[in-house]
Write a protein that binds this ligand. Sequence first.
Ligand code: HEC
Length: 276
Amino acid sequence: MTFFGISILLLGIQAGSALADPEQDRKALTEHYRTLFPKLTLQDYADGVYAIDPGARQSWRAIEEFPPYEWALEEGKTLFSIPFSNSTHYADCLPNRGIGIAQLYPKWNSETGEVVTLAKALNDCRERNGEPPLPYQKGEIASLLAYLASTSRGKALAIEIPDSDPRALAAYQAGKAFYYERRGQLNFSCATCHVQNAGKRLRSEVLSPSLGHTSHWPVYRLKWGETGTLHRRFAECLKQVRAESPGAQSAQFRNLEYFLSYMGNGIPINGPSIRK
Ligand code: HEC
């Protein structure tokens, strides 16, 4: 049954555009996980591995009582309120002045013909206003994203792939292809671990399902000892299989985030959060 589910997913890729309906992909993937984890509601996936590993969940809940990302969140709130030297604010560049919008990203921009993540929207805003872009892995950008995510808590991911621009679907497909392509010295794809082997143990870690992989960022990782971004995590997973990373906010990673976030549609934002 499970095996069959996976072959259908793979078929979707091989058959290319004929079967490339994002909504069909999302349903097939959700169904795959429903078979693996029949007790989980869609909402539960926001908690990543802690939704399926009760032992780890307990210590995670304990840490959430005094969340170590709080500092980044506060810093982000302050940074967000400080005007650039031309007195423009981040808020001037964002819908609803940036509040409660994180669940809508990444977004397709039909003017530039590319996927815009919330992180990129912030840096684009800076550059348009004569400020240098922020590094994308941690630091100020992570703090700003922590604040913006906090204003969207409880709002379900609602990623759109507009029919009006075929390039949006192409970007989604590129992200999906990236997810299922095998790479690196270990010849693993993202899906090998997070789709086929979700719930199984890899050394000391239980592998989380891909649903909800984008709903809780940025993350304070105990391993990092700081708050970092989703693309930093993408790069680490690639490193684990000894594959090259195209880099934070590269077109490849933005397309990948577009695909993964679309798969998570309906799952509430609960970032920032904590992971091991
Ligand atoms: C060799 C197995 C393996 C591969 C391949 C792999 N990952 Fe991971 N990934 C892990 C492990 C282990 C973790 C930490 C435990 C967990 O949450 O699954 C993780 C965590 C993550 C997380 C964080 C989940 C959270 O809740 O915070 C994301 C996002 C992620 N991986 C995305 C990817 C993407 C995208 C790819 C492909 C580029 C990929 N992974 C490839 C093993 C893998």
